[in-house]
Ligand binder design. Structure first.
Ligand code: BGC
Length: 766
């Protein structure tokens, strides 16, 4: 059974009623973030039930010493861990000296949580009957400012409903936190300083080993029935913590509230010694503005994001909620402001997937950011990999490659590989292909070729070198083969000739050679610089060409399909529909060896290749492959259903496309994979966007123009979205009987609709 407690709503994620069993799932789903930091939806007040505490700072990590059963040469020394950072949200509440704790209350009534995606805040309200029989109404609103991304704001309001009472708020900062995911149960943080100055408080900490310095800070204001109140605070300090308590005697029905301004400043943006100074600056500005004004600014900033990124769906509130949730989370995770940052698969919603950057960014996220933000944002994401090129070469060197060959890491925070399961770290080399595909995709969409001579070609050369060295000639097959790999389907390891990997290897080499020619012809200076830097000679290029031209691809004459890998047909091929509900997901119910021997595919693999290189294959061919692979795919990676949705739509199978769409867009909200409490699947959310735009909208770039072949799911009345294409903004509305386009500004834009060119002036109907 999937979970179904989230109320359908077009703009909000809503939970009604308190259920302790749902707390950890909701902590993931109601997470907030602003691109620079993020926060699971932990309660501000103390909670003695099961909870997964998580506060995260983008880019700040700890190299947790590798722990494996059997050490294999080439393993990285550490796994980069996303860190649970010092707690800034905590506000303990006591009423007549009894602690408010939802786990010990006699009754919790009218519990409602809302993640207001339109305006960018989280609100929780409830009425609790405490063990001392006091009945209190609480409303807590908080957000992470996207206007000032070092700031978080909370308004915590309490009303005692059945007595006059003393309400004591104890806002605190806590540097004594730990990670759930720690290999050796070590502490990752050291507290350096705990200080207060007037009513401001600071905890300065550093991460061990990586030595990131972080200042966590807070200041509070009190108000009674919305009027400011001066209350003397009482400071308490320990080695890792600081708190300032405010006690106020209130009459029954009066609303007493505490506004807490808090957050992080780090030495990624300030000097180590000026963190307290920087925090004071943020606090002075924030407390002068006050909660209401900061919230107003937050709403306006989110309105701007939505203006460009929103997708509207008329007639299907669950689908609408799903896509908005995905767009919201993507923007909470990465806003494209800082080229040192990237998009972690769990964003700021959990610790799992320790490192920050996977191939997910290049394969899934770039299209979303490219089309909904300034194109510089996608360029930043490409630059991130260029900046890691030397590390990728070192990584390949450690594995025995030479001559400047590069293997990009499976997982990374700073360019170094930080993943250590041999079948993935050493074998899932297809990731290298995604790096090059992203460059191709960027150029195809933006027409900004300048990235290639400036940076991209060097990346391509290093990757071509890798593929040439990684392939070997098989006398038996009279072809080049690539042995011992794991494809995107991680439910099979150490296979030979994974079709997807071989196809990408060939394509990467060919695309690199094409670009060398282009740069030689048109960018003489860059060409000379790059050739000099890479020592590339024509004999070497010829060797690459030989590999690409003679690459081996496993194929079944009987089925007329490329095989996922050598020997795939030796498996017993039985459709997923023959599995019982109890067996699914198989990764939670079957032994690993049973999974490895089965025919079940974790995620799009051959079909992933058909998605990337759609133009290389006929529709008939896609149909054959889809019909072969779709029935045996279990979609136990969140990255899978979107590809299948796009392809089902292309094949005109709208019902199936719609089912896959719902699965990708509501994967977390409905918890399809039974793991949302660990965090949300952020990178696959970009796949949801692709399912609508590329699947139902049929958007492609064809000869430098946007092209659409729209189809409307039966369940919808219409849908609309915007695309920033080469600095022009196109709006598309797809209805039951017509598709409408409009373009911002005075410049017209030519688009293709079902293959026919249309000049969009302002609003044109077809
Ligand atoms: C998928 C990978 C993906 C990773 C992070 C895994 O489950 O199989 O393809 O890169 O999750 O999203």
């Amino acid at each position: 059974m999937n979970q179904d407690y989230i109320k359908p709503d077009a703009w909000s994620i809503i939970e009604e009623g308190f259920d302790a069993k749902r707390v950890e799932s909701s902590e993931s789903l109601f997470s907030i973030g602003n691109g620079a930091m993020g926060q699971r939806a932990n309660f501000e007040e103390q909670y003695s039930g099961d909870t997964f505490q998580g506060s995260y700072i983008a880019g700040v990590f700890y190299p947790d010493k590798t722990k494996v059963g059997w050490w294999k040469n080439g393993y990285p020394e550490y796994f980069a861990k996303v860190l649970n950072a010092p707690n800034w949200i905590g506000i303990n509440v006591a009423i007549n000296e009894e602690a408010l704790d939802l786990n010990t209350c006699k009754e919790v009534k009218d519990f409602v949580r809302e993640l207001n995606m339109k305006e960018g805040f989280h609100r929780r309200s409830f009425v609790a009957v405490m063990p001392n029989d006091l009945e209190v109404r609480v409303t807590a609103t908080r957000f992470l400012s996207i206007v000032n991304d070092e700031l978080g704001v909370i308004n915590y309001e309490v009303e005692v409903l059945n007595a006059d009472a003393v309400v004591k708020f104890t806002p605190y900062l806590d540097g004594g936190i730990t990670n759930r995911d720690a290999n050796w149960e070590e502490r990752f943080w050291q507290t350096l300083e705990v200080n207060t100055e007037n009513d401001q408080a600071f905890v300065v900490s550093k991460t061990l080993k990586t030595e990131y310095h972080v200042g966590t800070y807070m200041q509070s204001q009190i108000s009674l029935d919305d009027e400011k109140l001066q209350v003397e605070g009482e400071v308490e300090k320990t080695e890792d913590q600081v708190s300032i308590s405010y006690a106020v005697k209130v009459n029954r029905g009066e609303r007493i509230a505490l506004q807490k301004y808090a957050g992080y400043v780090t030495d990624m943006n300030h000097s180590k010694d000026s963190l307290v100074e920087a925090a004071k600056n943020v606090l002075d500005k924030a407390t002068t503005s006050g909660f209401a004004k900061l919230l107003q600014e937050q709403k306006e900033a989110w309105a701007q994001i939505w203006e460009m990124a929103d997708i509207t769906i008329d007639g299907d509130v669950k689908a609408q909620q799903g896509i908005r949730f995905n767009i919201f989370q993507l923007n909470q995770t990465y806003l494209g402001k800082d080229e040192r940052l990237n998009i972690g698969p769990k964003g700021f919603t959990g610790e799992k997937y320790g490192g920050s950057t996977y191939w997910d960014t290049e394969a899934y996220c770039i299209p979303f950011y490219m089309a909904t933000k300034d194109q510089q944002v996608a360029r930043n994401l490409l630059t991130y990999r260029y900046n890691h090129l030397e590390k990728a070469k070192e990584n390949a060197q450690k594995l025995g490659f030479t001559n400047g060959a590069a293997l990009y890491p499976m997982v990374t925070m700073n360019g170094e590989e930080s993943h250590n399961e041999w079948e993935i770290t050493f074998e899932e080399i297809h990731r290298n292909g995604a790096m090059v595909f992203a460059i191709y995709n960027y150029v195809r969409f933006t027409d900004d070729y300048s990235y290639v001579p400036e940076m991209g070609l060097e990346v391509m050369i290093a990757i071509a070198r890798f593929w040439q060295q990684r392939a070997n000639f098989s006398k038996d097959k009279n072809k080049y083969v690539i042995l011992g790999v794991t494809g995107p389907n991680e439910y099979e390891n150490n296979v030979n000739n994974n079709w997807y990997t071989n196809y990408l290897a060939k394509w990467c080499i060919e695309y690199c050679i094409e670009n060398i020619e282009k740069i030689k012809a048109n960018y003489a200076e860059d060409y000379a610089r790059i050739m000099d830097k890479t020592n590339l000679e024509s004999e070497e290029i010829a060797k690459w060409g030989e590999v690409a031209e003679n690459m081996y691809f496993p194929y079944s004459e009987e089925f007329g399909v490329y095989l996922q890998q050598d020997g795939f047909l030796d498996k017993e091929i039985k459709p997923v529909s023959t599995l019982t509900k109890k067996q699914r997901p198989i990764n939670q119910n079957w032994s690993w060896d049973r999974i490895l021997r089965s025919c079940y595919i974790k995620q799009a693999d051959v079909l992933q290749g058909f998605y990337f290189f759609e133009d290389h294959f006929s529709e008939e061919n896609l149909k054959k492959h889809f019909d072969f692979y779709e029935p045996i795919t279990v979609h136990e990676s969140s990255l899978s259903p979107c590809v299948h949705s796009i392809q089902a739509a292309k094949l005109g199978r709208m019902e199936q496309a719609y089912t896959f769409y719902l699965r990708t867009s509501r994967l977390d909200l409905d918890d399809y994979n039974h793991e949302v409490k660990e965090g949300c699947h952020i990178t696959s959310m970009a796949g949801t966007w692709m399912s609508i735009v590329e699947g139902f909208g049929g958007m492609r770039v064809v000869e430098g123009k946007l092209s659409f072949t729209p189809q409307l799911p039966e369940q919808w009345n219409s849908f609309s979205f915007k695309i920033n294409f080469r600095n022009q903004i196109l709006k598309i509305n797809i209805g039951k009987n017509e598709t409408t386009f409009s373009v911002d500004g005075n410049e017209p834009m030519t688009v293709l609709l079902n293959g026919e060119a249309i000049e969009v002036q302002n609003t044109i109907k077809s």
